[in-house]
Design a binder for this molecule. Structure first.
Ligand code: SAM
Length: 199
């Protein structure tokens, strides 16, 4: 991993207002990855590859990240960034809408990071649970969405996103098979495992 290049990738993304993972959220996920060294990771929402590049450092030696992005220009930039950061071979980008791509994926993932369209979180959850390994973990970023999700926010703008994020929280906290914690880092991070596996 070329850390100098990673720093530049982050600075450029911030300058261009590309919504990359926040430092405190990244810290939580990286700590988990460091302790658990997953082999296969799935990311929904690549943007320019920043978070995926960061995660590669903490996977097991042959570890791989599959990541999905629907904006062509971002896929191109992510591929360039992966080269610059010298982590080719560790990240596999699927270009297209995750709603269409997820059902075509098979196999199990040890860690799944949901970081794309908020209105689709319940669907992403369903697909993530289908592919989660027994001792795997799901991280869902932006789950508190500027505080709207746990408040009585009900304005028309963003209403669908807020409703779907609330549904994600309800499903992951009320399902007895699951154990979920919501952390107030970044824009809110939901962490879900199968019950019995300590978070
Ligand atoms: C918050 S950004 C991802 C940031 C990235 N994970 C990081 O921290 O560096 C969300 C990305 O998801 C993409 N996206 C949103 N909805 C999507 C969908 N349904 N399928 C694929 N990509 C999607 C957007 O184009 C955007 O680039």
């Amino acid at each position: 991993m070329n850390k100098e290049e990673l720093k530049k990738i982050k600075e450029k993304a911030l300058e261009e207002h590309i919504p990359i993972i926040m430092d405190d959220t990244l810290e939580v996920i990286e700590k988990y990855l460091k302790d658990n060294k997953p082999k296969k990771m799935l990311e929904i929402g690549t943007a320019v590859g920043y978070s995926a590049i960061c995660f590669t450092e903490f996977l097991s030696e042959e570890g791989i990240i599959d990541t999905i992005e629907r904006e062509h220009a971002r896929v191109i930039e992510a591929k360039e960034n992966i080269k610059k950061a010298e982590v080719e071979g560790k990240i596999n980008i699927y270009e297209g809408d995750a709603v269409e791509i997820l059902p075509t994926l098979e196999g199990k993932y040890d860690a799944i990071f949901i970081d794309a369209a908020k209105g689709k979180y319940p669907f992403f959850l369903k697909e993530a649970l289908r592919m989660l390994s027994d001792d795997g973990i799901i991280f869902a970023d932006n789950i508190l969405y500027k505080g709207y999700v746990l408040s009585d926010y009900n304005k028309h703008k963003q209403r669908t996103a807020v409703r779907n994020l609330r549904e994600y929280i309800k499903e992951t906290t009320e399902d007895e098979r699951l154990d979920t914690k919501i952390l107030e880092v970044g824009d809110g991070l939901a962490i879900t495992k199968y019950a019995g596996n300590k978070i």
